[in-house]
Design a protein around this ligand. Structure first.
Ligand code: OXD
Length: 319
């Protein structure tokens, strides 16, 4: 497909006031205008009608109908399920993901939470608060323990590398088994066999018909009390009722959840106060202009030269 150079870019983002000046500075030749997704109608309709590019996270209803020349949607995050499944975004408009440094950040998130457990940070903090000197709080050696990483694309692999640095025995869990020179890969259908001895299961997969609801009671019945589930993928990979039941039954020791089916997590959710759940505010892979602008500029360059964009989403796979 021959692509047209971009001249106008709409920034429709909850943090548009941060993104707009950063993008404008990076590409002064572009005519860039922005709005919060709730206020996109404040943009000049004539300008929108001529605009070819859009940078966004969640796409508000009604907007694409006002952008007949829209030829590219750049997502500000790693996951694109909300765009792929958007009823108003026609299939001929390429969606691109950002790659940025999501893998770098998510690897830190996963290791940080696992090391918090292994170093028994919370127990030390409690002992300190009580003025207790307790040398029996011995750190756990993660060396040789099994780490399963579901979703072994660029992000999953980076998480796998970081867990390997902790000495863990890392297995990538994939849907389409393939050879890998660096890691042991197993099929998602083997998860039940691998879970009884696993120390952690990291979910780094997108939300697709294959992955939704994957972590359910049937799977978790194979778990063990030392197992930590860390979800940096999407909330709907996990059946929340089954997760809570597994934590209570002891087939899961701890759940570290950064993503939820409903975000922000509703205040009445039992996850907030469960003693074996850590809730974080979808911050494991921050989208910052510094990390993402190089990828965005590269795609603008490719558009200008008529080359295929990078990190293009395959709508049939859903990511
Ligand atoms: C995501 C992100 O896709 O935060 O979840 O980038």
């Amino acid at each position: 497909m021959k692509l047209m150079p971009m001249r106008k870019l709409a920034v429709i983002h909850h943090r548009w006031t941060q993104w707009l000046p950063a993008l404008q500075q990076a590409e002064p030749r572009l005519d860039i205008r922005g709005a919060h997704p709730r206020e996109w109608e404040s943009l000049d309709p004539a300008w929108l009608a001529e605009t070819e590019g859009m940078f966004c996270w969640k796409l508000p209803e009604g907007l694409t109908g006002r952008m007949p020349k829209l030829a590219w949607v750049q997502n500000s995050g790693a996951g694109v399920d909300h765009l792929v499944n958007h009823p108003e975004l026609s299939d001929h408009i390429p969606i691109t993901r950002a790659d940025g440094r999501f893998g770098f950040w998510m690897a830190r998130y996963v290791c940080g939470h696992l090391l918090t457990e292994a170093q028994r940070v919370n127990e030390c903090a409690k002992a300190q608060a009580a003025g207790l000197w307790n040398p029996k709080v011995i750190p756990e050696d993660l060396g040789g323990k099994s780490a399963l990483v579901l979703g072994f694309g660029r992000i999953g692999r980076q998480i796998g590398k970081a867990l390997r640095e902790l000495g863990m025995d890392v297995t990538g869990i994939v849907y389409t088994p393939r050879e890998d020179s660096e890691f042991n890969l197993r099929s998602s259908t083997d998860l039940g066999e691998l879970l009884p001895t696993a120390r952690c299961l990291v979910l780094a997969a997108p939300s697709t018909p294959l992955t939704r609801g994957l972590v359910n009671s049937a799977l978790l019945s194979h778990g063990n009390p030392a197992l930590t589930l860390i979800n940096v993928g999407r909330g709907d990979l996990v059946n929340q009722v089954d997760l809570l039941a597994a934590l209570d039954a002891g087939t899961l020791g701890h759940a570290v959840l950064d993503v939820f089916t409903e975000e922000p997590l509703p205040i009445e959710s039992p996850l907030w106060h469960h003693p074996k759940v850590t809730v974080t505010p979808h911050h494991s892979g921050p989208s910052t202009p510094k990390d993402l602008i190089p990828d965005i500029l590269e795609n603008l360059r490719r558009f200008a030269e008529g080359h295929p964009v990078q990190y293009a989403v395959d709508r049939t796979r859903g990511y």
